[in-house]
Design a protein around this ligand. Sequence first.
Ligand code: HEM
Length: 141
Amino acid sequence: MLSAQERAHVTQVWDLIAGHEAPFGAELLLRLFTVYPSTKTYFKHLGDPLDEVQLLSHGQRVLEAVGVAVRHMDNLRAALSPLADLHAHVLRVDPTNFPLLIQCFQVVLASHLQGEYTVEMQAVWDKFLTALAVVLTEKYR
Ligand code: HEM
């Protein structure tokens, strides 16, 4: 898992996002659906064209869940258990979609935080988001 220093870096970046979950989350989803259109198949209810209000609302929920993960970095599995059940058993989201979301998340962070989003930050966030995705997809087995 993440070292104490890596955790501090994750929190440092999160502190810049906290309070802006809806716009960051909406941009994340917009990038995901645009760059990887196959991901839209899970979100038909968000409308075509996409409904801005719904995009903001779901984006906010996703980012708030990332915030929960940041606050429970040492116990991700327990903190995300209900969300893991939802994605595996109810939504049946194919696990191959998670790296696509991580890729878009990185672009959102880089484009907003620019110079503050150093190579080191990217590496740590990749590790953190991958750990999060592992927890959200491990109940498929
Ligand atoms: C629902 C988080 C990845 C598809 C949700 C919810 C959250 C969430 C918080 C709402 C749960 C609720 O209403 O109780 C996350 C996080 C992810 C992730 C943190 C990765 C880090 C994905 C991926 C897909 C996906 C990769 C598919 C491409 C969905 C769908 C819903 C959902 C279809 C239901 C939407 C709705 O009810 O309107 N997710 N998710 N999720 N997620 Fe994810």
